[in-house]
Design a binder for this molecule. Sequence first.
Ligand code: SER
Length: 373
Amino acid sequence: MPVGRTLTRAVHQALSPVCGCQVLSTSVRCISFSPRQVTSSDASFHSVSFSETDHPRVLITGGLGQLGVGLAKLLRKRYGNNNVILSDIRKPPDHVFHSGPFIYSDILDYKNLREIVVNNRITWMIHYSALLSAVGEANVQLARAVNITGLHNVLDIAAEHGLRLFVPSTIGAFGPTSPRNPTPDLCIQRPRTIYGVSKVHAELMGEYYHHRYGMDFRCLRYPGIISADTQPGGGTTDYAVQIFHDAIKEGKFECYLKPDTCLPMMYIDDCLRATLEILEAPAECLTMRTYNINAMSFNPEELVNEVRKYLPDLQVSYNVDKVRQGIADSWPVKFDDSNARKDWGWKHDYDLSELVTVMLNILNSETRVARAN
Ligand code: SER
């Protein structure tokens, strides 16, 4: 593990709380099986441990990031509380710890991850551990370790144990030479961030393992995700979450992107439902293994105008961050998700006005509760 030891404790501390990602482990990898030993005639091996009639046994990595807790809640309702295990390297808050199974898991520790999969008879893995775009640029080595080395561990364990594997990709998997408006599923992908490079790598590796070994790999390219209960960390689209918190608490907001920077975005409920739907989609519906999903596109000015309909006194200033502006300028303006809509019936529920209403309703009631206490 040559990368991690050079990284400072400060970097780990700065990163860990915000992104639900994994820090580095020093364990030695020991693989008793390699998917590289499986020939194409063995491609059915992936169905050995999973029967479609059983409930899946799900492991979510990076479970304390923006999406894990919400996805666990959704999957637990469907498959039973004990069939969905959240994992992370950080201590869970009380409400997470008491809501269902939670365990320590470090994706950079191959043996630890394999032990968890074996002991819990895992059949599906949702791999949420990752460093996002802006924080990845600040810590390229750590992003490379978590997003690429970690993915290799996950892929090999998924192949070894016949798991269905979901890995999210992102608008960040595209770059300045991609068509931006709209961006189709298949086009030039030359991202300029380590985050984007690692996600293109994940898409390609997952698809390769699918075609080479029959692994049941499924991937959605998420837009920027907006949620009230959990916050992202270190992303370029984070402003669209922060504005709601600042508008309610401070009555003012400073935006690090220019007012006309338009990006694809999605409310968390749509994102989690899309994830459930692709996980449950019959294999024969999937003509591809990596799909764009789209809901809305807006720029900061449009979001501000919508928020001001409810909070007319909101003060907004712009203080452009060069790194994040550069990243945003290279990303899609709008996703073409026609293949997801055609193949497995994807349809979003929330557009900009519904997003703003639901976010303000949730955060306003939280503020009232906090004040009442
Ligand atoms: N939300 C991510 C980021 O901004 C994009 O997928 O980095």
